[in-house]
Ligand binder design. Structure first.
Ligand code: ZN
Length: 315
């Protein structure tokens, strides 16, 4: 049994971060992503939920954050059982552009070569590990254009995430069932992809020996979401995970822009399975995306209270 082809690839990555303004500035101004949705954490209305992505917020281009500053949430520890690094994809011949851009903005970075590709690795303002890799085969569009970054250079979406894992072989077995197959190995790293393959449909498993155990909190990735076409696919997978593998899987949660289930994989990382639809145009036009606070209809009656409780930031 495996879910090859049913799990298409990544949907989004969600991180717990600190300050809303710092986060907004970093992902939109420095990294040139579009804020495609401004809403609140559906499980905590005092905290924003920012969705960044390409021009239309296509699944696999989405990086989302909860800015928890002032909410008495402790700093986390990036370690085993977590997403270690989120790697963004940039167009052919754009890496030197990103290198000078990071330099000009006084962001310290390292250059690392892995699986034949160079990547720039650096930290976001909350301490998350971020990287940019060039991928000539990545043709996701439409790319967001900013005043400073053209669509020849701007980020195309999430390329892959690196998972820090203590029990590598057991986790690889699980990921194979889930729909990610091994492509190659290099040192402590194993590269995997779904049957679609390539940018947005890949994972890297890193042996976490020597790393502390990961602890959820500010500066860590909370979960990684994988995409399926429709809810029946999620339910089919849930049935297998619960009945055949004995994993605990949540009920379906209505996230308004997609429907989700959550579970922890044997390596400890929190996974989500999210539907591709209905998408971010359900409550805004393409032009309006991210321009004002959107709430699900069950929170709309409390809009005044919710708006008053959120920290200010400037777009
Ligand atoms: Zn999510």
């Amino acid at each position: 049994m495996n879910f090859k082809g049913i799990i298409k690839g990544l949907h989004h990555i969600t991180a717990t971060v600190s300050d809303a303004q710092e986060d907004y500035d970093f992902y939109t101004k420095l990294l040139g992503q579009r804020l495609i949705k401004e809403t609140v954490n559906f499980d905590n209305e005092n905290v924003y939920h920012f969705y960044y992505g390409n021009e239309i917020g296509a699944p696999s281009t989405i990086f989302t954050t909860f800015p928890y500053k002032g909410q008495r949430v402790k700093d986390g520890i990036i370690g085993a059982g977590q997403v270690f690094e989120t790697v963004f994809s940039a167009p052919k011949n754009s890496l030197s552009y990103w290198e000078s851009r990071l330099k000009n903005h006084q962001i310290n970075f390292s250059k690392i070569k892995l699986f034949g590709k160079e990547k720039l690795t650096f930290k976001d303002p909350s301490g998350l590990n971020i990287a940019i890799i060039e991928d000539a085969d990545d043709n996701r569009s439409p790319v967001w254009k900013t005043n400073e970054i053209s669509d020849q250079e701007n980020i195309l979406g999430i390329h892959h995430v690196v998972l820090a894992i203590s029990n590598v072989e057991e986790t690889l077995q699980f990921l194979k069932v889930f729909g990610y197959e091994e492509i190659s190995r290099e040192g402590d790293y194993v590269q995997l992809s779904t049957s679609l393959g390539g940018a947005g449909n890949s994972l890297v498993v890193m042996d976490a020996t020597g790393l502390p155990k990961g602890k959820n909190g500010i500066g860590t990735v909370h979960h990684v979401a994988h995409r399926v076409e429709k809810l029946e696919d999620s339910l089919k997978i849930k049935d297998y995970l619960v009945n055949e593998l004995g994993l605990k899987v949540t009920e379906v949660k209505d996230r308004k822009y997609f429907q989700s289930i959550y579970f922890r994989i044997p390596g400890g990382v929190l996974f989500e399975i999210a539907t591709e639809g209905p998408g971010f145009l359900v409550d805004e036009t393409n032009e309006e995306l991210g321009s004002s606070l959107k709430l699900p209809k069950w929170q709309e009656p409390h809009r005044a209270r919710i708006e008053a409780g959120l920290l200010d930031y400037k777009k």
